[in-house]
Design a protein around this ligand. Structure first.
Ligand SMILES: NC(=O)c1ccc[n+]([C@@H]2O[C@H](COP(=O)([O-])OP(=O)(O)OC[C@H]3O[C@@H](n4cnc5c(N)ncnc54)[C@H](O)[C@@H]3O)[C@@H](O)[C@H]2O)c1
Length: 250
């Protein structure tokens, strides 16, 4: 890989973010795990067996000072961030009539502004060291909606917009920027959603041509591919990792 083998993952204590951090640790990267849940992030690092190569930063990814300080601490310890994975996301289901302005703002801050902030603070270091790779974790909800997902879906569509914009602004600096749209993936976020449905997992699995929901490692593998030299000519694009669900029009 042409750039530094340092990755910063937001929302790394659980689910998809934990799988991404684990994958990069296994590939001998230095990994910064940013999460509000520092204990959970530390447990991910310990389980990997490579905790000496991991740094946990506790904080709110949507907060400007947290983002600035996390990137500065990473650069001080490991040099510039080579790979930024904007993974953090929350989903509080409601129609716009039900949803409070505070919850709407929270979705924007955590799911979308965090990607702006971490890109803003990582890109100068990437540029100075010859390049980097940014991967934004969007969702199939960028393409279609389910009931009571307005705020979440707006942020996930927004992530595809900022992915394209960053790719064209920073491609000439050797920085590639791509998005991944996971389908339904077995994580605490999805399990909270299934809890409100009868036979949730079985019903959702049936709408996938591959007849299963995704596992966090399915997304982590796609992230690793996009970060690697195997994807050297891929930027500004979207990789859907959904077991064929959206191809089936579901
Ligand atoms: N699970 C799915 O089916 C699915 C599908 C499509 C997209 N996604 C996206 O994948 C990403 C990860 O989702 P997941 O299912 O692993 O979620 P999760 O709820 O299992 O994990 C999210 C992590 O983010 C952390 N977090 C929450 N708010 C934070 C904040 N303000 N600052 C820092 N950390 C914070 C949590 O502590 C947790 O560790 C999200 O962007 C989500 O929208 C998930």
């Amino acid at each position: 890989m042409a750039f530094h083998r340092t990755v910063l993952v937001t929302g790394a204590a659980s689910g998809i973010g934990a799988a991404i951090a684990t994958r990069f640790l296994a590939e001998n990267f230095s990994v910064v795990l940013l999460d509000v849940n520092a204990e959970g992030a530390r447990a991910v690092a310990e389980r990997s067996g490579r905790a000496a190569h991991a740094v946990v930063v506790q904080g709110d990814a949507g907060d400007e000072r947290t983002a600035r300080d996390a990137v500065a601490a990473t650069e001080k310890r490991f040099g510039s961030v080579g790979v930024l994975v904007n993974n953090v996301g929350i989903e509080l289901n409601a129609t716009v009539v039900e949803q409070s302005r505070e919850e709407w703002d929270r979705h924007l801050a955590v799911n979308l502004t965090s990607a702006f902030l971490f890109a803003k603070f990582c890109i100068p270091g990437m540029r100075d060291s010859g390049g980097g790779s940014i991967i934004n974790i969007s969702s199939v909800h960028a393409f279609f909606s389910w009931p009571r997902c307005a705020a979440y879906d707006a942020t996930k569509a927004g992530l595809l917009g900022i992915t394209r914009a960053l790719a064209i602004d920073h491609g000439p600096e050797g920085i590639r920027v791509n998005a991944i749209c996971p389908g339904y993936t077995r994580t605490p976020l999805l399990e909270r959603w299934f809890a409100a449905m009868e036979n949730g997992e079985q019903r959702v699995a049936q709408v996938h041509p591959l007849r299963r929901i995704g596992e966090p490692v399915d997304v982590a593998n796609a992230v690793f591919f996009l970060a690697s030299d195997q994807a050297a000519f891929i930027t500004g694009t979207v990789l859907t990792v959904d077991g064929g669900m959206s191809a089936a029009g579901q």
